[in-house]
Write a protein that binds this ligand. Sequence first.
Ligand code: PLP
Length: 394
Amino acid sequence: MVNEKYYGYGTAPSVIRDLFAYGLEAAKKVGKENVYDYSLGNPSIPAPAKVNEKIKEYADGDSIALHGYSVAAGHEDVRQKLADNLNERFDVNAKASELFMTCGCAPALISTAKGIAADENSEFIVIAPYFPEYNIFFGAAGKVKVVPPDTEHFQINMPELAKAVNEKTVAVVINTPNNPSGVVYTRETLQKIGDFLKKKGEEFGHPIYILADEPYRELVYGGIEVPFIPTIYDNTIVCYSWSKSLSLPGERIGYVYVPEKCADGKKVYAAVAGAARELGQVCPPTLIQKVVGDCVGCMPDLEAYDVNRTLLYNSLIEYGYEVAKPDGAFYMFVKAPNGDANAYSEKAKLEHNLLVVPGDGFGCPGYFRLSYCVSKKTIEDSLPAFKAMIESYK
Ligand code: PLP
């Protein structure tokens, strides 16, 4: 006998994985250089050199300490360095005791969701287009409610958000820079949400948290501001990882930041710790905790993403595509020429080995996502396919 829900999760088809697998098979037949795979969000630029230097340094050090458990929340000296860095950058008065280290952003989000959901009827609001795994993460703690997209600017559809919030809402999940659109929410957008949630929280007599999902925080181009949401709305809990910002997705390291000033802050922190305990998601590996602590303030060289972004965006616009202005992350969200992104994706795959992800899974049909964390050559070589595709619809 098995748990049917988990069996379902474990066997459900994944459009992204299927596209990726198709690409691997196609590469065997036509050569890797003739497959243009924009399906996966796997960083394509190396981690900063300091990361590997530190790993080597620790590997040559005290083996018992290096491979030992940390306290559940993570090493205090590491959390202090992270708090200091947040304070330097955002002037938030963060403390080590407000940070809980996790094995990536996914467990940070799930532990937080479980920690703040009163029961299985608690509602988590997600804003389309959104990361499809949210259905699993927040479905583990309560109900997921989707706010339809603002397809004009890919900011947040405020009237729809206002309709979605009710007494059962425990949190609104905000992901900026956004996967899949690459859009960065403006301070004005975030301020409006903060003001609205404050009012609603007072009306309902309980806080509505913003759960800020921030693995792409530092991946931003052209000097655009990514506002730090705790400076706008007090009841914000931040989930972060170094998966994208230091190109370390396989190392599984991140944190939850629960500011004490947030409603029931200390209690929420303890509940997050308790949920992480239930999930077996405590004491992330000491080695990588220490390394990220030593690498605060380091950044990979984002130039390659920016070059890809500019080349792809300008070319697609020139060919006549409608594209959401991508200021961050390494994604671009493009309108399918005749509004059917599934048909576009299938045709592009079969006729050009061009792999793009239809937007349905992101809650935004009619658009497709391009992950431009690929080589510049892949972009250059794929441009004729994008051109031929849009021309075939004229
Ligand atoms: N949130 C968003 C928006 C993501 O795109 C991802 C990963 O792609 C995650 C969370 C999960 O991040 P991690 O790999 O650190 O668990």
